[in-house]
Design a protein around this ligand. Structure first.
Ligand SMILES: Nc1ncnc2c1ncn2[C@@H]1O[C@H](COP(=O)(O)OP(=O)(O)OP(=O)(O)O)[C@@H](O)[C@H]1O
Ligand SMILES: [Mg+2]
Length: 133
């Protein structure tokens, strides 16, 4: 199957496309239905953040198939305002938009590896990995 590995996030509807891409790649990679659901929950949170807090970005989803790991990687990147205090936004309940502030901490819990890099004024990159065990 040939899957489009990347979705541009600009409009609200693009969040749905990102979720669908995540689900398709997760299925193709051979994740359990429970893990497929975890991935399909995590990815739209990252997409929604790009939609809400930046003027655009993208979500790439790729199957990982190496000797050590089989699974999936998600990279959400944008050139928005960036995040000044990363430890703060990773606290449950921290929000600047009257959201639940559950998005990023939720993604960290749903995935196996999570990494966020951001420089104020230079955008944000979130990388998350889910491994098939
Ligand atoms: N890509 C981003 N660029 C800039 N700021 C961001 C980005 N993603 C998240 N943030 C900031 O981090 C805060 C926490 O994000 P998080 O997704 O955890 O919660 P939320 O979006 O506020 O609420 P929820 O996701 O629960 O609806 C946001 O309120 C926002 O200030
Ligand atoms: Mg959010």
């Amino acid at each position: 199957m040939d899957l489009q590995p990347c979705v541009t996030i600009k409009k609200e509807w693009d969040i749905v496309a990102a979720r669908q891409l995540g689900r398709d790649v997760a299925k193709e990679a051979g994740f359990s239905t429970v893990d497929q659901a975890r991935i399909a929950t995590a990815i739209p949170e990252l997409a929604r953040n790009i939609y809400l807090y930046t003027d655009g970005g993208k979500i790439s989803v790729e199957q990982i198939d190496t000797l050590e790991h089989k699974g999936l990687s998600v990279i959400a990147s944008d050139s928005g305002p960036g995040i000044e205090d990363i430890s703060r936004v990773m606290e449950d309940g921290y929000t600047t938009s009257r959201g639940l502030g559950a998005g990023l901490p939720g993604v960290r819990r749903l995935m196996d590896e999570f990494d966020i890099k951001s420089n104020s004024g230079e955008g944000t990159e979130v990388k998350a990995l889910k491994i098939i065990r």
